[in-house]
Design a protein around this ligand. Structure first.
Ligand code: SF4
Ligand code: SF4
Ligand SMILES: [Zn+2]
Length: 163
């Protein structure tokens, strides 16, 4: 699905909402999501070795579309959100001092927190449009991942893009 589809089909927002991580991560750039939906079998095997799990366990369909087999189905942040009846962690007054949130946020260089602030500001539709633009290669238009430094399709140097 291309980012342009969003302008033509109102239902696309419902489909893409699954990619809005309730912690602020954009699931469309998650390596686990990408290996699974793009069927990158070799990379899935390597990630299985890295995570010490079976390759088929390296799978996820996005934060708002999880099945019990998906990677983040046991997410502690998600469990906490549900318990407190919040949709996103920005609704929570404890975020600055929340250990599980700040641990994740640190691992991703403050990106989840920044993304949540932006989500609060502009809403889901615009946020998704921005994220999709950010996480597609400027050289060839293919989806890119948080971990990608050089586009595997066209060789574009992605480290020059600022968050
Ligand atoms: S593992 Fe799943 S829910 Fe977690 S960030 Fe990746 S795609 Fe999103
Ligand atoms: S306590 Fe932490 S994980 Fe739970 S809703 Fe607040 S910020 Fe999110
Ligand atoms: Zn490219």
């Amino acid at each position: 699905m291309s980012k342009h589809d969003m302008h033509h089909d109102g239902n696309v927002l419902d489909i893409l909402r699954r990619l809005i991580g309730r912690c602020g991560l954009y699931c469309g750039a998650c390596d686990i999501y990408r290996v699974f939906v793009d069927k990158k079998i070799d990379k899935q095997k390597k990630m299985g070795v890295f995570f010490k799990c079976r390759p088929e366990q390296v799978r996820c369909q996005g934060c708002q579309n999880l099945t019990p087999d998906d990677w983040c189905s046991g997410c502690k942040i998600l469990a906490c959100l549900k318990e407190n009846s919040y949709m996103y962690c920005y609704e929570c007054g404890k975020i600055e001092n929340c250990g599980i949130y700040q641990e994740l946020n640190g691992r991703y260089n403050n990106l989840p927190y920044k993304n949540l602030e932006r989500l609060r500001e502009v809403g889901e539709k615009k946020w998704l449009e921005e994220q999709m633009t950010r996480w597609h290669c400027p050289g060839c238009g293919e989806p890119i991942e948080y971990s990608t430094e050089t586009c595997t399709q066209c060789g574009f140097n992605l480290t020059k893009i600022n968050d």
